[in-house]
Design a protein around this ligand. Structure first.
Ligand code: FAD
Length: 303
């Protein structure tokens, strides 16, 4: 049987965006539930952070623990489970998990950019943080002057590829077989900028002992090795169809579309953090979580 829960604000996601929203909601004296899915925050990977203000160097797990403790301190309640159905277009709103049915005055979506482990490239999991990255802005500076692979063909992948060029990396673009049309359209411009374009190739394996040393590419059945120091993997947001089905508008990158007040197209539903593809950084997720919570508080005050 489903457990019924009623709350003023429901936050879906317990990363920096969701936890910040939780701190603001609970501290304002409103009942605040934070739904924590199985995929875990990106901070749970345990990497070293050097660009979060106030902490010249901190492990991401420690920072996550501090955010969480602060939300608990102000009275936010944590519920474990993935949101599997969303009823958002009427008031109050409802969100269903395997074990609970949660009714809320306002909802903040802060689900980050979950990725499927099933689609991971051999070597990707083991070498994440030691050569494998999903964030050009975070890790690009570490590879200035070095050869890196940028893998993916989405709009966002192309933007991050430009970031890598700007940071002085020697970029090999592997758009993947599905990105053939896009890679042909973009190839000339990128080649002029010094990018090596591997049209029609796929990354089959990422190889290295303690850190990335090379990748194995495959094109039309032929495999070749490419020596690189870094591999940037840019995948589309997996949660996009889930939000679309719930009536939430997405932008051209398949991210949840929001205005400057973190409002989605549905009144009383806000989104913050990586799910909006805003800055894809902890600081931006925190800022968006704060704005979303203040807007949610305003929404429930008026309704
Ligand atoms: C290897 C690596 C290094 C990075 N380095 C840096 C860095 O140095 N500096 C920096 O600023 N940023 C860095 N980032 C980026 C940073 O981790 C993210 O920008 C940040 O975690 C985004 O926060 P978020 O709250 O939006 O999402 P996340 O932290 O990803 O949290 C998402 C939350 O949503 C939950 N969730 C997902 N789906 C559901 C669902 N259906 N139902 C319920 N809950 C759900 C998850 O369980 C999780 O709790 C790095 C990322 C990676 C992967």
């Amino acid at each position: 049987m489903l457990k019924n829960i009623k709350t003023d604000i429901l936050i879906i996601g317990a990363g920096p965006a969701g936890l910040t929203a939780g701190i603001y909601g609970a501290r304002a004296g409103k009942t605040t539930v934070i739904l924590e899915g199985r995929s875990a925050s990106r901070l749970a990977l345990g990497y070293e952070i050097e660009n979060y203000p106030g902490f010249p160097s901190i492990n991401s797990l420690d920072l996550l623990g501090k955010f969480r403790a602060q939300a608990l301190h102000f009275g936010a309640k944590f519920v474990a489970g993935d949101a599997i159905a969303l009823g958002l277009d009427s008031d109050p709103k409802s969100v269903t998990t395997k074990n609970s049915f949660i009714v809320a005055g306002a909802v903040i979506i802060a689900t980050g950019k979950p990725f499927s482990k099933e689609r991971m490239i051999p070597g990707e999991d083991r070498l994440t943080g030691v050569g494998v990255s999903t964030c050009a802005t975070c890790d690009g500076p570490l590879y200035r002057g070095a050869d890196v692979v940028a893998y993916g063909h989405s709009e966002e992948a192309l933007e991050d590829l430009q970031v890598l060029i700007q940071m002085g990396c020697r970029v090999h673009w592997v758009p993947g077989a599905e990105g053939m049309d896009r890679s042909r359209a973009e190839a000339d411009d990128l080649v002029r900028k010094g990018v090596h374009v591997h049209i029609g190739a796929e990354v089959r394996e990422i190889v290295g002992e303690a850190r990335v040393e090379k990748v194995i590419l495959e094109k039309e059945g032929v495999r070749e090795e490419l020596a690189v120091a870094g591999v940037f993997i840019f995948r589309k947001t997996l949660t996009a169809p889930f939000f679309s089905r719930a009536g939430i508008s997405l932008d051209h990158k398949s991210c949840v579309a929001v205005d400057r007040a973190q409002r989605t197209n549905i009144p009383g539903v806000f989104a913050a953090g990586d799910v909006t593809c805003g800055g894809l950084q902890i600081a931006s997720a925190v800022g968006e979580g704060c704005v979303a919570a203040m807007q949610a508080l305003g929404y429930i005050r008026k309704s």
